[in-house]
Ligand binder design. Sequence first.
Ligand SMILES: Nc1ncnc2c1ncn2[C@@H]1O[C@H](COP(=O)(O)OP(=O)(O)OP(=O)(O)O)[C@@H](O)[C@H]1O
Ligand SMILES: [Mg+2]
Length: 424
Amino acid sequence: MSIKINTLEFENVKRIKAVKLEPTATGLTIIGGKNNQGKTSVLDAIAWALGGDKYKPTSAARDGAYTDPMLRVELSNGLIIERKGKNSSLKVIDPDGNRSGQQLLNTFISAFALDLPKFMNASDREKADILLQIIGVGDQLSALETEESRLYNQRTAVGRIADQKKKYASELVHWEGVPETPVSASELITKQQEILLKNADHQRKRQNLHELEDAYERTKRQQCEIMMKMKQLEDDLAVARSEASDLQDESTAELENNIASIDALNAKIRDNLNKEQAEDEAKQYEDEYIGLTAQITDLRQQKQDLLQNANLPLPQLTVENGKLLYKSRQWDSMSGSDQLKAATAIVRCLNPDCGFVLLDKLEQMDLDTLREFGEWLTAEGLQAIATRVSTGDECSIIIEDGCVNSANTADTASPVPTWKTGVF
Ligand SMILES: Nc1ncnc2c1ncn2[C@@H]1O[C@H](COP(=O)(O)OP(=O)(O)OP(=O)(O)O)[C@@H](O)[C@H]1O
Ligand SMILES: [Mg+2]
């Protein structure tokens, strides 16, 4: 059961002369009044009474007072807290009459409940961290976020390289109609040598023909002498002629051309290979980029799931990229009343034993918002003691010149004041 303030009574603290108040157990108790009448002094006195000396106002004793400050607060767990005397010494008495001290109060009094601006003025990151620690997913979420930003940076670098590689590949030339692999010059040379050998053989045969023809001419002159030999020669000559007639020389011109252009050809082939390799690399980086995008999407989904499954203190309150969001808006884009509501909900969760929160300057809420906020507090079982520059009906008491104005607070004197009926 969270602890609330049952009654409070202050004399001669800051601007307060004498104030007695019985806040509503849940929902909103509004301390109204004009400026400089002592509204905030009441909250300061509560913080001092319950929070200890570190909350003591700098000029705690009211100027011109004949007696020392007196503070008395009764809590719903039966504790009575008093400060009085010259040194404003603290006295904490439990329901059994035993004396206790500040240490006991600190076990259930939340620092933020006494000083909500401390939370409201924290950085976006600190607010988000507080919420994440409350719902118990801070460490997991920050691990996911670290991983996400690592992958994001990696993807950015990969994307940049992929673009460069793609651009480089597109700038390289490509030749149509050339072999896929470099041509070997030695193969062509060997072919050429074979043909040259064959041609040399032809040459030899032609030479032979010439010799035979010479011999024929010679032996013709000696025809008579060597008829027999002549016959033989005629036969040989017939054979040689037949052989020679079928001979056809092959041209080496094309090979010579090829040999001459082989360097140019190989340069083109290398160009094509370079382009192909560059395109492959670009594709690899593109694929890696797509893979990283999938991982980042997955991580973001995990973050969303983590927060969706967490038990958040207020619907539509969440954390995104280390920032608190309420109704999809960051802190500086929230309305003042939404800021108060989000802060109150978080502070409540931070220390569930502390059933109250102090809220200064509630002027920023219009009457409808005030009513809705009061209903929400009641539903949450939370007690809020607030100040508002107003003397309207929404106020539970009106402070004037450091005192409760009884003329304006006829309701508070009645057994069931309107502000206790749950309207606010
Ligand atoms: N020790 C003190 N004795 C007498 N007056 C004091 C003391 N300390 C502060 N004050 C005066 O109290 C006034 C402020 O009191 P307080 O902040 O409680 O008023 P408030 O009703 O909340 O005003 P506002 O509507 O402007 O917020 C100032 O005029 C200030 O000079
Ligand atoms: Mg004030």
